[in-house]
Design a protein around this ligand. Structure first.
Ligand SMILES: [Zn+2]
Length: 287
């Protein structure tokens, strides 16, 4: 089921040739393809959506984050509705299925996007930036009302660390904002099984998976949004109180200015070459 649409949806991950990238395919609309790239970014508010010729793919961030985290470069994401399933609100179910199916190394070398010059985007007290660095690292700070408060998290990404430290972090929302969001036509598919429900005093549904699960989820989201650059990044990303709009603003800034980055097949750190998923089937449980 989709988090915002509440629509039942089935997702199937299909292997793709080297160089394909991640492509969403609407099997309910004559197999219309929407590539997971910056030029297809559409509405961005509480989730990131892609749009091409009027065809929408909503809430792409957790699935794309799983792809980057696991090093899955090429795949077709078949959907029979407009929104990626929310499952448990994290990237964990996607990871488990990708791991179950297995990844296959392809002949073609992976192309990385290496940050060459710093780029900073500021909006009020929100901030996001990319800096040249070795590897891919993310540093994120959030500041919410209590009981979340201030949290920060920093990670040098690797497949293992993504799997252990980020993949299970779930999306969250404040109970007191629920009605306003529902009135906006959002979170129609939200349940206590797919969102951490935050009250004024604590968590309404169960226990947290990490004490700082909220900021970890923001890092997961950021990685998924930056996947719209079209592949793996070599650089350091710093974010403070950012969100999907700021994440995708950074993507636009980078895509607009070709002097800020270069494409390279040399990761500099002995990374594995491009990998491909062999086959996996994933279906979202209609709730
Ligand atoms: Zn999220």
């Amino acid at each position: 089921m989709g988090l915002h649409s509440g629509a039942p949806v089935r997702l199937r991950i299909v292997p793709a040739a080297a160089g394909t990238g991640i492509v969403f395919r609407r099997v309910d609309l004559d197999n219309f393809d929407v590539e997971a790239v910056g030029r297809n970014v559409a509405r961005v508010s509480y989730a990131t959506s892609l749009q091409k010729q009027g065809v929408l793919i909503s809430t792409t961030e957790h699935l794309l984050s799983a792809c980057i985290g696991m090093g899955l470069d090429n795949a077709i994401m078949e959907l029979d509705n407009l929104e990626v399933p929310i499952l448990d609100g994290s990237a964990r179910p996607f990871i488990d299925l990708i791991l179950q199916a297995g990844l296959k190394q392809q002949r073609k070398k992976r192309t990385y996007l290496r940050i060459l010059r710093e780029v900073e985007v500021r909006e009020g007290n929100k901030f996001i930036a990319a800096y040249p660095a070795e590897g891919y690292s993310v540093s994120y700070k959030i500041q919410f009302a209590q009981p979340i408060g201030a949290q920060s998290f920093e990670i040098d990404l690797s497949r293992d660390l993504y799997d252990k430290e980020l993949a299970s972090a779930r999306t969250f929302g404040f109970l007191r904002e629920e009605q306003v969001m529902r009135n906006m036509g959002l979170i129609r598919g939200a349940t206590e099984e797919n969102v951490i429900v935050v009250t004024d005093t604590g968590i309404k549904n169960g226990t947290l998976r990490f004490p700082d699960e909220f900021v970890r989820h923001k890092v997961l989201d950021l990685i998924g949004d930056l996947a719209l650059l079209g592949g793996q990044i070599i650089g350091k990303i710093v974010a403070d109180r950012a969100g999907h709009a700021m994440h995708t603003a950074l993507v636009s800034r980078l895509l607009k200015d070709r002097t800020l980055w270069e494409e390279t097949t040399d990761a500099g750190l002995g990374h594995a070459e491009a990998e491909e998923l062999e086959s996996v089937q994933l279906s979202a449980k209609p709730v």
